[in-house]
Ligand binder design. Structure first.
Ligand SMILES: C[S@@+](CC[C@H](N)C(=O)[O-])C[C@H]1O[C@@H](n2cnc3c(N)ncnc32)[C@H](O)[C@@H]1O
Length: 275
């Protein structure tokens, strides 16, 4: 039964296109009542998010999204390919509104509570057009070009449109370790011992993670005000295999650094860059 529905709903196995995306969302919605594990859902719909020799993101995503599963959330995903993940999200988040954005035209993937935009994640105008129209979001997933500069740029532009309590996910950050040599795509990665690694996507979030404890800093010299402003609005950064999760919220934990009689950190002027 699940197998038959899955074959009809999965873009890869449904080569004769007997069903439209609207039909597939209905099938995904029907399967949602079974509350299947996310790993299984990714497999059913043919997403490479859970595929041997590709990725095994199901468990990490499930742990991050569990509390949101049955809420009326708004989810934005950059990068759609065959639409497999859009179907998976419909099945996992039955009450969600899903917004998809891809550099290619994918308008046929629209459906009830699923809206599609064509846009380039390296374009401020394209990102902001979608975010202004559809934001703020509870979940933002970057599964687009995987180019380091694009991952960082999209985060900078879209994080202000994430709600407090929301989570921002960057997928396939292995490209932080893969340079543009050997004729491959220009990911912008570096060797981990290269000082320039700090400029990669993983490197930047490692640097940002240092600032989550900003209220413990004893010296305020040479602080990076951009990272400081971001850190005030981040409660958690989690590094998983090839995934980064960033949780938004006020980061104002109490500090006992007063024991060191350090001066108060002036962060008021370093407000989060707003939408
Ligand atoms: C890995 S696939 C997405 C897979 C899909 N999220 C899933 O899990 O089934 C990457 C997608 O990103 C899109 N893409 C590539 N560069 C992009 C860019 N600069 N802006 C937006 N989308 C881009 C590609 O067209 C492709 O559809």
């Amino acid at each position: 039964m699940i197998g038959t529905l899955a074959r009809l709903a999965t873009p890869r196995t449904n080569k004769k296109q007997r069903t439209t995306y609207r039909d597939r969302y209905v099938i995904a919605g029907c399967l949602s009542v079974l509350a299947l594990p996310l790993e299984r859902i990714f497999t059913i719909f043919g997403s490479d998010k859970q595929l041997p020799n590709e990725h095994s993101y199901g468990a990490a995503y499930a742990a991050a999204f569990r509390k949101l599963r049955f809420r009326r959330i708004t989810l934005l995903e950059i990068g759609l390919l065959s639409g497999a993940s859009l179907l998976a999200w419909r099945c996992y988040f039955p009450f969600a509104t899903t917004i998809g954005m891809d550099i290619e035209p994918k308008f046929g993937m629209a459906g009830a509570k699923t809206r599609i935009y064509q846009g380039d994640q390296s374009s401020a105008g394209d990102l902001e057009a979608v975010a202004r129209k559809e934001g703020p979001f509870d979940v933002i997933i970057d599964d687009g070009s995987h180019i380091n500069a694009h991952q960082l740029f999209s985060f900078e532009r879209l994080f202000p449109y994430l709600k407090d309590g929301g989570v921002y996910v960057i997928e396939d950050v292995q490209t932080s370790y893969w340079p543009s040599e050997h004729g491959g795509p220009s990911w912008g990665g570096r060797h981990v011992h290269d000082p320039a690694f700090a400029g990669t996507c993983v490197g930047e979030f490692v640097e940002l993670a240092k600032y989550l404890n900003y209220s413990e800093f004893l010296s305020h010299d040479e602080l990076d005000l951009r990272r400081l402003a971001l850190a005030r609005n981040i409660t958690r950064i989690s590094f998983e295999h090839n995934l980064i999760f960033v949780w938004k919220g006020r980061n104002e934990g109490a500090s006992n650094a007063h024991r060191y009689a350090r001066p108060a950190l002036q962060v008021a002027e370093a407000a989060e860059p707003g939408p």
